[in-house]
Design a binder for this molecule. Sequence first.
Ligand code: FE2
Ligand code: FE2
Length: 343
Amino acid sequence: MTVRPPLPPCRGPLTAHLFPHLQAAPHHLPPLPGTDEDVLSGDDFQLALYCCYELHYQGFADVDDRWEWEPSLLAARRQLEERFERRLVDEVGPLDEVVDVEVGLRAVIDAGSGPSLSSYLRDDGTLEQLREFAAHRSAYQLKEADPHTWAIPRLRDGAKAALVEIQADEYGGGVEAQMHSTLFATTMDLLGLDCGYGTYLDLLPGPTLATTNLVSLFGLHRRWRGALVGHLAVFEMTSVQPMSRYAAALGRHGLDAEATRFYDVHVAIDGHHEVVASKQLAGGLAAAEPELSGDILFGALALMEIEGRFARHLLGAWEAGRTSLRSPLPSAGAGERDPGPWA
Ligand SMILES: [Fe+2]
Ligand SMILES: [Fe+2]
């Protein structure tokens, strides 16, 4: 039986406006209130956008499925997306003329200067920090690969075939136990976490939700198919080393091969995915639609920017001796979290 989570508690004016409407039968949504929260890291802004997008994935137990295509909600989501896109463009800046997409992708990665979350967790991270990290990543990794799958019907020929090859591996070659989302659920379980879909949404801060909202933005809009391809290419091109460090971090705390399998699988396969994603997928799309070359690199740069912010958020919180989540992970048997002033 599919178990969907309910909407989380609201956490600011946008979600306080949105959620009561979503919990009623579909109807015309009045315009969203204004907010001056930082778009790339704001808890309220990113949760509002996340919940709009989630209606296209698994949805919520207390939201009627017909809200997915309610025009007034789509108009409100569009407003949020426009602000998100503007900030991304501001951060990433104007792109130089793209001569070679593969060279450009490599340059984007090499220019990345953010702190290394995986190195920290391998060398110094506590078990509780590893558990927090897994809770953060659950927003994406329990639906791993789904946002990139939206590009399949939007590509053709070699680029489409390359994407299908990668996605087939992400979905375990059609074997449920080997789907990367299943492997990640096992890791969560062995870390003593609840691997139920959406369990930790209430705890996830804006910088975490932004990582998933970015790929949902690119995935849900055909006009952003180039950016989605650039996003996936960098995902694959920057996977092997961090994944091996996360596996080492789990091993340092005594977790066994069953717990590290999610990471080990990526170490084994992403060296190949890197080649497929950069050459056949990104290179193939750029050859077929040269006008998308800039978007491919934009997606790559946007990913690096958002992931850098995510890493800085976690490491900054840990350095300051506090949880990187909105509140600490509940211990077994703990009661419900205080819903806060916006509930
Ligand atoms: Fe994967
Ligand atoms: Fe991969």
